[in-house]
Ligand binder design. Structure first.
Ligand code: SF4
Ligand code: SF4
Length: 293
């Protein structure tokens, strides 16, 4: 079934999964998602590529990204998009724990995890492997699976394997939710910096991505130095590393908590520790992500 026009919308509203049981997150528990939330999110799902194309067009204009007025407008647009999807950055082990938490909940009549083509790549028709990395969860998996746009239902183990592939490819996991509410958690995006629209907006405005519950910790004595390694400089896409007097320093205030620099650190000088002030407990609790449920 494809939803290309108003007729299909009517079909969806009258005959579809709208009134089936759907599950969403609610803190450390689950909740039933009602037909209103499901329908709103479904509408967002079919509108998303158009929204992304419009934002990509704005980002392609130097007048928007390089002039004070354009930057002001861009920040205004980002601020007024407060209730659109925003993402909490998380490490691979943290998202794997979220997957375990979700999988422990027996699936209702809908899906629990589905993976499909990256929405940004699909919207912009720019493809870069790995492409199939949009990991919808809970009621979001059901919506995107039934949009019939290439989402496959997958097991928890398959989801974790895909997360690790994305990590190895240098992609950043972002647990996305709408309405600034954990009740609207619907996808784990695996973001790059070239095509991903929200990540590029973040670099210009500081909005759309939030720091996760972990932060990097470093042991300078173990660092092998720039000449022998230097991998962390390129691995961190958020610019948390800099070279000072020939050695590598971490600007912890820039660390978003993705963990990408840890797995490739040849000297094992980097680890992830709990962030002291994680401000998104009410959306995705650190107890789920850090394994203390
Ligand atoms: S410093 Fe490491 S954990 Fe922090 S944002 Fe950069 S790559 Fe991610
Ligand atoms: S990746 Fe690790 S060992 Fe290599 S330069 Fe960075 S901190 Fe040092």
């Amino acid at each position: 079934m494809r939803f290309d026009n108003a007729t299909n919308l009517a079909t969806f509203l009258t005959t579809s999964h709208l009134f089936s049981e759907h599950i969403g997150l609610n803190g450390k528990k689950f909740r039933k998602v009602g037909p209103v939330q499901y329908a709103i999110h479904w509408l967002y799902g079919i509108s998303e590529p158009l929204i992304l194309r419009v934002v990509d067009y704005l980002l392609s204009k130097k007048v928007m990204t390089e002039t004070p007025f354009g930057k002001w407008v861009l920040k205004g647009i980002a601020a007024t998009s407060y209730y659109f999807p925003h993402g909490i950055i998380a490490t691979t082990p943290a998202v794997e724990r979220l997957v375990d938490f979700i999988i422990e909940k027996e699936g209702p009549k809908g899906a629990i995890i589905a993976v499909g083509p990256c929405v940004c790549q699909r919207a912009l028709n720019q493809w870069k492997e790995p492409c199939k990395k949009d990991m919808t969860v809970l009621y979001g998996a059901d919506i995107y699976h039934h949009l019939n746009i290439g989402y496959d239902l997958i097991s928890g183990e398959q989801a974790k394997e895909r997360l690790r592939e994305c990590h190895d490819a240098g992609l950043v996991h972002a647990i996305e939710f709408c309405m600034q509410s954990g009740k609207w958690v619907f996808v784990v995006c695996n973001c790059d910096t070239e095509i991903c629209v929200p990540t590029r907006v973040f670099f210009h405005t500081g909005k759309f991505l939030y720091k996760g519950p972990e932060i990097v910790s470093n042991d300078p004595l173990k660092c092998m130095g720039i000449e022998k390694c230097g991998k962390c400089l390129t691995r961190c896409v958020f610019g948390a590393y800099q070279v000072v007097d020939g050695s590598i320093r971490v600007k912890k205030e820039k660390c978003m908590g993705c963990g990408l620099c840890v797995s490739t650190c040849a000297g094992k000088a980097r680890t992830m520790i709990k962030r002291q002030h994680y401000p998104h407990e009410h959306q995705v609790p650190s107890e789920i992500l850090l394994g203390k449920v």
